[in-house]
Design a protein around this ligand. Structure first.
Ligand code: PHE
Length: 343
């Protein structure tokens, strides 16, 4: 009789001091004490041999035994599961080679722009920036194109419905206006950026494109300076042997001209570009109209200047001999990848 109580006490001690520290040992522990053929079950079966007056005491001891074994098992199981999970995570191999990330490439329009910026910064021009959503004054009126001026037809654009007088800029000339309003001459800037026009002339036309405009204002700036600057540009950009300036009209310059570069008539390809003349138009330019200088707070009796503007996409086509302007808008990676070596 006292033996069985002694056995219970020893079992309790054994459970308390057990250290099943592997999953196998823990399973062994479970089978040994909690299994259907385990020691606790066997002890419970001894109940019938216990005299009635001690049955309650015995029952309580067995319950405590069972509960202790159960708790120890659950506790150690939780620890072992957590350790196993960590071990699985630790097996993540940090030295394994990664998924290769394809190297991107610059868009040909960006490459062209960088090249233009580089050419002009070499001779002292700096880059100026301005908003793409402009007010009427900076985009049109200050540029000698008041509301009823027919030249507005050539640069129809998109207006902001909720903000009367606000529009998407049609050229980067408003950046020039802003610079003139805020700085004193000498001013020597180029203004690259996105511009917008409401054009649905053909399937090739696109409502957004890029421009670079340039402005040089100082005392005594002449048409000769304009011509020499643009000749330098044409030679650096295209290696063009010669340029020609044809009289033209812009509301903000007087006199105004369009500049052509000489490609020659030798090849079929050039015939298509120049329509047999050998000359390709690449930009518009002129001496800043004194009224524009005054509009922007610059004393036109003291200062003069020249300005020019060009579409970057057009220069891109020329630079890389691309036959269709849609290619530079579509962003087809098979096309773009060809420029990955370009800077
Ligand atoms: N702003 C003109 C345009 O968008 C380009 C230009 C700039 C022409 C400066 C002459 C002088 O068409």
């Amino acid at each position: 009789m006292s033996d069985i109580f002694e056995t219970v006490r020893l079992t309790l001690q054994a459970i308390e001091s057990a250290t099943p520290d592997t999953s196998d040992a823990l399973e062994q522990f479970r089978i040994q004490y909690l299994g259907t053929k385990g020691e606790i079950k066997a002890l419970m079966e001894e109940m019938r041999t216990i005299p009635n007056e001690r049955k309650k005491e015995f029952g309580q001891l067995i319950n405590a035994l069972k509960q202790g074994a159960e708790e120890k098992y659950q506790h150690l199981k939780a620890i072992q599961d957590a350790l196993a999970e960590n071990a699985a995570a630790a097996q993540f191999d940090l030295t394994a080679p990664g998924e290769p990330l394809a190297l991107g490439s610059r868009h040909p329009v960006a490459v062209t722009l960088n090249r233009i910026v580089d050419i002009f910064t070499r001779i002292g021009f700096s880059v100026a920036d301005g908003p793409e959503i402009e007010d009427d004054w900076h985009n049109f009126t200050s540029m000698n194109t008041p509301e009823d001026h027919p030249a507005r037809d050539m640069q129809d654009t998109f207006y902001v419905v909720d903000a009367p007088g606000m529009l998407l800029r049609t050229h980067t000339s408003p950046v020039q206006a802003r610079v003139m309003e805020n700085r004193k001459p000498p001013i020597r800037i180029i203004a690259p950026g996105r511009v917008y026009r409401n054009e649905t002339i053909s399937t090739r036309s696109h409502c957004q494109f890029h421009q670079v405009e340039g402005l040089y204002i100082d005392e005594g700036v002449s048409f000769a300076d304009l011509k020499q600057t643009l000749l330098y540009f044409a030679q650096e950009m295209f290696g063009a042997p010669k340029i020609r300036l044809r009289p033209s009209f812009f509301p903000f310059t007087e006199p105004s001209a369009e500049m052509d570069i000489w490609l020659g008539t030798d090849t079929e390809k050039n015939y298509r570009l120049t329509k047999g003349t050998g000359w390709l138009e690449i930009l518009g330019c002129g001496m800043v109209d004194p009224q524009v200088l005054e509009n922007c707070g610059i004393d036109a009796t003291k200062y003069s200047g020249f300005a020019f503007g060009m579409g970057i996409e057009r220069q891109t086509l020329r630079l890389y001999e691309i036959g269709d302007i849609r290619l530079v808008f579509e962003n087809d990676v098979r096309f773009l990848r060809q420029f990955s070596a370009a800077l």
